[in-house]
Design a binder for this molecule. Sequence first.
Ligand SMILES: Nc1ncnc2c1ncn2[C@@H]1O[C@H](COP(=O)(O)OP(=O)(O)OP(=O)(O)O)[C@@H](O)[C@H]1O
Ligand SMILES: [Mg+2]
Length: 296
Amino acid sequence: MKQTMTAQASVNQAQGLSLRARATPVKVIAVASGKGGVGKTSVSVNVAMALAMAGREVVLLDADLGLANVDVQLGLQPTRNLSHLLAGECRIEDLVLRAPHGLKVIPATSGTRRMAQLGSAEYAGLITAFADYRDPVDVMVIDTAAGISDSVTVFSRAAQEVIVVVCDEPASITDAYALIKVLSREFGVERFRVVANMVRNETHGRKLFENILRVTDRFLQVVLDYAGAIPDDEFLKRAIRRQSAVVDTYPGARSAQALKALAQAAERWVSPAFGHGHLEFFAERRESAASALLGG
Ligand SMILES: Nc1ncnc2c1ncn2[C@@H]1O[C@H](COP(=O)(O)OP(=O)(O)OP(=O)(O)O)[C@@H](O)[C@H]1O
Ligand SMILES: [Mg+2]
């Protein structure tokens, strides 16, 4: 009898934990850029790692579906990836890889053209699959692909925050503008957090931001927030060669300090309290947290 009660108690406790996990809203941050090679994966990996190092439950989703890089940057060896989830061959939990400091990584595929060209129902399937994910999550960071393809727009819209990474090259600025234009006009994204990457210093980063702000203020109805500058830093490259995050391997490096500051700032960002009525990651956790708050 005693054993049965203990078993029942642990079932109750497990259900309680699961309910609690589901009732905690998740901050979902997509990292995009328009132009390729400007530092999306580096920002995603390091912001996610910095938050994990600060004790948060963090999931890093590789949404560069056809040219996955996150697993390579972190030296992980996936055996299954999002294509297996789409094929119904596994659950999200089966995909999760453990990186240092408890960071959880959900890998994509590399060299599969089909994954880079999914239909809208398949994107929707991927996003809604997260409703079944039971583990606690405080933050999910999404590393998106270069360009303004459906995968970028769909994942960015399903997030609460969109970081736009730019560097000081004309094509980076025009492509960031094009991305912001498409996301705002066609997908209703109203606010963007701009990160200036590979800059000389803070002043250089702010100037870059102001260049973009000048054009968006003139032509688009969006809110652009300056989220900070990451210096061009040899230590970040060295960390990549060692397949690690610079915030972990060289925490004192200038880029690591800036990326940690970005992660801390991201925690303070106040995301919209209620959904926009379109597909969102973890919408059910936000809704149950809101109803718990209202006593529902
Ligand atoms: N702050 C930085 N300092 C020095 N080098 C950097 C910095 N950020 C990025 N890099 C360099 O730029 C390269 C590309 O970065 P990363 O892979 O993060 O870009 P990306 O935008 O994800 O690229 P893609 O569009 O191909 O996915 C890195 O391998 C690294 O060498
Ligand atoms: Mg990348």
